[in-house]
Design a protein around this ligand. Structure first.
Ligand code: NDP
Length: 306
């Protein structure tokens, strides 16, 4: 059996694409992945998704899953291991099983990179965050730290300075790699300070972050730095492993799209953080999921496959 539409990924982009696909009569197959739900499953309070004054990230994803189940969308809870986009209908491998589809939506997301510290993940949602836009408003009038030296760190620090009492950028080198304009903006902000040549070695705190263990990489001197928040801004890793070499991805691995969700292969669309290196917001991903489903429907109609 050849599927009309296979959607890969189960964050807001994948679920929204599934809702539109089902309601358009495409009977999509949604491959949710082994760790379903995406980045929102590892956040706590979400206050910027319309319709919810405040909701826990995992609860929001459960609601999206309930919605697609109520629409009787077919799902597979396993990871895509390989694809063959040189063959049409396109082939998707889930372990030993092969699925064929006339159109595909890739919505596998991107993971925030973490520092890999012993107590970092334990305190995510308890003062540690990978998304300033999402969690910044919880840190009003607090002292926070941003780690990183790229554009993301500059952008996060500048954004947080409007909310927090103080922002300290801790960077492992003696200079930033961020663009000059964004560096200038951050460095001229009176609320932002920089600690250069310093690595964060661990996050301190029992139930909430209380500080950081830091080490100067030049002198080797260790210290404790008190803070109420840690924003890790050291980049993202798009989940495009199985697709590389099959469709165009950029130098960082994000799927390259044009007009608006089309990829380099006809009939293959991408939605959400897997192709969005800028906004990285759940509501934006949901919007992209909607657009990809409409684009897939129009593609299938043009090919007289529906
Ligand atoms: P980058 O890869 O550009 O920068 C990552 C930063 O994190 C670097 O300074 C790096 O340090 C540091 N870093 C990486 N790993 C660690 C670690 N383990 N410990 C401590 N520090 C670490 O990522 P960004 O997310 O900043 O940017 C990605 C892309 O997105 C870039 O092309 C950027 O220009 C773009 N972007 C554009 C924006 C805009 O124009 N508004 C906003 C945000 C991003 P080091 O320098 O030592 O390698």
């Amino acid at each position: 059996m050849v599927e009309r539409l296979i959607i890969i990924g189960s964050g807001p982009a994948g679920y929204t694409a599934a809702i539109y696909g089902v309601r358009d009569g495409l009977d999509p197959l949604l491959i949710r992945g082994f760790q379903a739900g995406g980045q929102l499953t590892i956040t706590s309070d979400v206050e910027n998704f319309p319709g919810f004054t405040s909701i826990l990230g995992p609860d929001l994803m459960d609601k999206m899953y309930e919605q697609i189940k109520s629409l009787k969308c077919r799902t597979i809870d396993d990871d895509v291991t390989k694809v063959d986009f040189g063959h049409y209908p396109y082939r998707i491998f889930v372990e030993e099983k092969v699925y064929e589809a006339y159109s595909i939506i890739i919505a596998t997301g991107a993971n925030a990179k973490w520092l890999g510290l012993a107590n970092e993940k334990r305190l995510v949602g308890k003062g540690v965050s990978g998304c300033a836009t999402c969690d910044g408003p919880f840190f009003r009038n607090k002292d926070v730290v941003v780690v990183g030296g790229g554009d993301s760190a500059m952008e996060d620090a500048t954004y947080l300075s409007k909310i927090a009492k103080s922002v300290t950028i801790i960077h492992r080198k003696g200079s930033f790699r961020a663009s000059k304009a964004m560096q200038d903006k951050a460095l001229s902000d009176k609320k932002i300070k920089v600690i250069w040549n310093t690595e964060v070695e661990d996050v301190l705190g029992a139930d909430r972050i209380s500080g950081l263990k830091i080490k100067n990489s030049v002198t080797g001197k260790e210290a404790t730095f008190p803070t109420e928040g840690l924003f890790v801004a050291i980049g993202h890793e798009p989940n495009t492993g199985p697709f590389r070499g099959q469709i165009d991805v950029d130098e960082s691995g994000y799927v390259v799209t044009h007009a608006v969700t089309r990829t380099s292969k006809e009939g293959i669309f991408a939605a959400g953080d897997v192709q969005d290196r800028h906004y990285k917001q759940a509501v934006v991903a949901a919007g992209f999921g909607c657009m990809a489903a409409i684009d897939a429907r129009e593609f299938l109609a043009g090919k007289k496959l529906i």
